[in-house]
Design a protein around this ligand. Structure first.
Ligand SMILES: [Zn+2]
Length: 445
């Protein structure tokens, strides 16, 4: 395959360069001017060529909760939004990924479905710490990209760990040289506040009050104290407050944020209701500006979607307390950052590449094979027309989830083609062009 005449975003460069890209055997083998040959030609004149997006935080729910999403629909939706690699969370499948045997069960269930490349996180929860720990942890650590933990969880099969257990996990992880990921909301605060505010109402403000800024900050401060004591490698997922991102930036921990926190505030949640119910909830005005600032300047390492859809009925239970927390996001992640970040001048081209691809690849040991357009790396590319705009219509999502807080929003910059290891998996106006199974299973190291 030769991608001709595109404006190519090379690593570390502020301006795109007019180059052709030759891909052979799934790898980029040559970058240059006027490349020719008898292989497939993809015309990219007028298009921006970015390294394929990496979404390092998705819940594809497979196997076990495939009424919400599965690896086929999830990965097709990701591909439609320019994502070429996802890393899937361990907690929203049955069984959860807490042992190698469970991981193998999951892999068997998903390997014929994925159209893009994928890896898994393992998980440590209260249950898994009482069965076969730490042997399971050690064995899994060779395969997974990190271990997800929660300070608070409403998942029956994947409970939270307390601070003492978390410290033990950090110590073990430090010995093994593996990353720990944390859902940072404070158990004590959220449990008591939930009980209190459930008795007062069932609207967005009540839900927000059960998990306000303080809930995240208490958890982050605690976690960072234990990281300092243990020297462990921590990643804070889906930060929703500017202050938590500031604390992370001053520490050895890394962090991510999501489009929902960059775009929406409590006022939007009040207006929009359940379609914007996410955990943690969106926060008061002021946070989003701070999150954008840090995403642009470097205090936030990368963006992720926290893709977690559900059937429509799950969003229409009549109460904010029982409505499903989560939105389909992996297909709008990169389009959002292109439109509201790069094309609006909040993110430079170099920074766009970093926060949508390069930094997650570096963080999880996939770089430079993923996350960079260079000779020798995987031919994972996304071709974007910066001159086209399009409207977000949830009903058109390739995900099983169709309820999005971005409904009706106009985004600038359209994903025209998504290429995974030299094969076009998605083309605008046509759809998905490969069968499930094209996606390759990735492991740590
Ligand atoms: Zn999540």
């Amino acid at each position: 395959m030769i991608i001709k005449n595109g404006a190519v975003a090379l690593p570390g460069r502020e301006e795109p360069e007019a180059l052709d890209i030759r891909i052979e055997g799934g790898k980029i083998v040559e970058l240059g001017k006027n490349l020719s040959g008898d292989e497939e030609i993809v015309e990219a004149r007028g298009l921006l060529v970015l390294p394929g997006g990496i979404d390092p935080h998705v819940h594809f729910d497979d196997p076990g909760f495939t009424d919400r999403e599965d690896f086929g629909s999830g990965s097709r939706f990701a591909a439609s939004g320019g994502i070429t690699t996802v890393i899937d969370m361990p907690c929203t499948s049955i069984p959860p990924v807490t042992t190698v045997a469970n991981l193998e069960e999951k892999l068997a269930a998903v390997e014929d479905k994925a159209v893009i490349d994928y890896g898994f996180y393992g998980g440590v929860c209260c249950q898994s710490m009482s069965e076969g720990y730490p042997e399971n942890f050690r064995e899994l650590s060779r395969i997974v990209f990190g271990f997800k933990t929660y300070f608070i969880s409403v998942m029956e099969l994947f409970s939270a760990v307390n601070h003492f257990q978390f410290r033990a996990i950090l110590e073990r992880a430090a010995e093994l040289g593996v990353t720990v990921l944390l859902h940072a909301e404070d158990y004590s605060y959220v449990t008591a506040a939930t009980e209190y505010f459930m008795g007062r109402g069932n609207g967005p403000v009540d839900y927000y009050n059960s998990r306000p800024e303080a809930a995240e900050l208490l958890a982050v401060r605690t976690a960072l104290e234990l990281v300092e004591e243990t020297g462990a490698d921590l990643h804070l997922v889906h930060l929703s407050t500017g202050k938590a991102a500031a604390l992370a930036a001053e520490s050895t921990a890394t962090c991510e944020t999501c489009p929902q926190f960059l775009e929406f505030t409590l006022d939007d949640f009040i207006a929009c209701g359940s379609p914007l119910k996410v955990t943690p909830p969106v926060k008061k005005p002021g946070n989003r500006e701070e999150l954008w600032k840090r995403l642009a300047a470097g205090g936030i390492d990368f963006a992720a979607s926290d893709h977690a859809p559900c059937p429509a009925a799950g969003k229409e239970t009549g109460s904010v307390w029982t409505d499903y927390a989560g939105i389909p996001g992996t297909g709008t992640l990169l389009p959002y950052l292109i439109s509201e970040g790069y094309l609006k001048g909040r993110l430079s081209l170099k920074r766009l590449v970093e926060v949508t691809s390069q930094n997650a690849a570096r963080r999880y040991g996939l770089y430079p094979n993923k996350g960079a357009i260079e000779a020798g790396t995987d031919g994972d590319l996304v071709l974007v027309d910066p001159g086209q705009s399009w409207k977000v219509v949830g009903a058109d999502f390739l995900s099983q989830g169709h309820i999005t807080p971005f409904e009706g929003r106009e985004f600038s910059g359209r994903v025209m083609e998504t290429i995974v290891r030299g094969k076009t998996v998605y083309r605008a106006g046509v759809g998905i062009l490969v069968k499930g199974g094209h996606g390759r299973f990735l492991t740590r190291g």
